[in-house]
Design a protein around this ligand. Structure first.
Ligand SMILES: Cc1cc2nc3c(=O)[nH]c(=O)nc-3n(C[C@H](O)[C@H](O)[C@H](O)COP(=O)(O)OP(=O)(O)OC[C@H]3O[C@@H](n4cnc5c(N)ncnc54)[C@H](O)[C@@H]3O)c2cc1C
Length: 413
């Protein structure tokens, strides 16, 4: 029988990890608590990478029509509301935070690291001067279709609406029992040879480490025990101190009413509440377009989201929509000759992403892309491990490499 691996989390990290496991002859099962797969990639606008391995995977996904390059008018909206196309944005952008530009009024705004001006590496990837990065790729049918399409490509067993509630390692057989609740009274229990945790929540991995059986031979070693305790604490701290929320706002405008807006997507490095903005219809496959009109999606800054949530509003998403919609309106108003005549949206709705981004990775400097605990056949993957300019890329690489490493462990047994 092929070795079986439980992959907990069916976002970009988990689905690519499962694909990597299948391609090495293993049998992964992907568990996801959501009704569909995709996780946060359902909110992501694009993926870009300078990594040759991930570029090759993206080419395969493009051949299967799951992703496609996004070509459009890209750039930044400056502090006075004007638009600067990506090809004119200073070529020395690499590593420099736009918000720390002394000529930019936003340098005085308190901003978290993810709001440093270049949203997820968007400008670096869309600037013609950057030869290293691959173009921006979009999930053609959205993040859910991408994750589900990846699993379909690999013929992977997927359990959606299955929240993993317990992970138990039997020290005698070295096999894992995974319990997942899927709405039925008794959680389903399945056995595996290895587990990859690809959840968005590092504290889930911390609990799995804390629950490792004390009688496991490796845990007789004091150094191993104390290293694992430190790792569990670091993962817990990451969740509590280095995870930033954001809101997204979807606004639908009357068809063609925003023809004066000179871009399809832009970073807004000087805007205190919105950091990125995109016209959905400009994306390959139409993105999250609306049949009613011209749909735009804005991503809030983490500073905005944290400040709003600190006030404990009764409906955070309604409060976010009420505050973000006027900000969006003023961003568009700059492109209309008579102030105040920018068209009004037909509808607005907001969504909250509690664990949107990691502000400080588990392993700064990117030395490790995933955490591998070979004595237990346990790996932890996700964008929070190594971090990086493009979090989707960090998660994808983490998942692919974790899958490869687990396959190596199991083939050596
Ligand atoms: C608003 C927003 C916009 C973004 N835009 C971009 C962008 O344009 N480009 C970019 O590169 N990055 C972007 N990102 C970041 C990107 O979406 C993430 O880096 C990437 O999707 C992470 O994937 P993941 O699989 O590691 O985590 P997730 O996508 O969070 O997936 C984790 C999955 O695990 C599941 N899960 C958790 N616990 C359990 C459990 N106990 N049992 C079963 N399942 C469980 C969850 O349901 C979830 O589906 C954006 C993020 C946000 C919030």
């Amino acid at each position: 029988m092929l070795p079986r691996v439980a992959v907990i989390g069916g976002g970009l990290t988990g689905s690519l990890c499962a694909l990597s496991l299948v391609s090495r002859g293993l049998q992964p099962v992907v568990f996801d608590a959501g009704r569909g797969l995709g996780g946060r990639s359902t909110a992501a606008h694009f993926l870009t990478t300078a990594d040759p391995h991930l570029s090759a995977v993206l080419s395969t996904l493009a051949q299967n029509k799951l992703v496609a390059p996004w070509a459009g008018r890209f750039g930044i909206v400056g502090s006075r509301g004007g638009f600067l196309a990506a090809q004119h944005v200073a070529s020395g952008l690499g590593g420099r935070s736009l918000s720390s530009d002394p000529e930019d009024v936003s340098s005085t705004l308190p901003q978290a690291p993810i709001d440093e001006g270049d949203f997820c590496g968007f400008l670096a990837a869309s600037s013609p001067s950057n030869k290293a990065a691959s173009p921006l790729h979009c999930a053609v049918g959205g993040g859910r279709s991408l994750a589900e399409g990846i699993c379909e490509l690999g013929g992977i067993d997927v359990r959606s609406s299955s929240k993993v509630t317990s992970l138990q390692l039997d020290p005698a057989s070295s096999r894992w029992t995974v319990r997942a609740s899927s709405g039925s009274p008794a959680p389903e229990a399945l056995e595996f040879d290895a587990v990859v945790i690809a959840s968005h929540d590092p504290s889930f991995a911390a609990s799995a480490i804390a629950d490792l059986p004390a009688e496991h031979p490796s845990l007789a070693d004091d150094v191993v025990r104390s290293t694992l305790a430190d790792l569990a604490k670091a993962l817990r701290d990451l969740r509590e101190e280095a995870t930033s929320p954001v809101f997204t706002l979807k606004a639908v405008y009357p068809p063609n009413s925003l023809a004066a807006v000179p871009f399809d997507a832009a970073c807004l490095p000087t805007n205190p509440s919105i950091q990125f903005l995109a016209r959905e219809a400009s994306k390959p496959g139409g993105g999250a377009s609306s049949p009613d009109g011209d749909a735009w999606t804005a991503v809030s800054t983490s500073g905005f989201a944290s400040a709003l949530l600190a006030n404990s509003p009764s409906s955070p998403t309604d409060a976010a929509a009420a505050l973000l919609a006027p900000s969006l309106q003023s961003a568009f108003a700059a492109f209309y000759p008579v102030p105040g005549i920018a068209p009004a949206p037909l509808s607005v709705s907001a969504k909250r992403w509690g664990a949107g981004f990691t502000t400080k990775p588990l392993v700064p400097g990117g030395a490790e892309k995933f955490v591998g605990l070979q004595p237990f056949n346990l790996a932890i993957a996700g964008d929070f491990v190594a971090g990086g300019t493009c979090p989707g890329e960090a998660g994808a690489i983490s998942g692919l490499l974790a899958g490869e490493r687990v396959a190596t462990w199991l083939s050596a047994n």
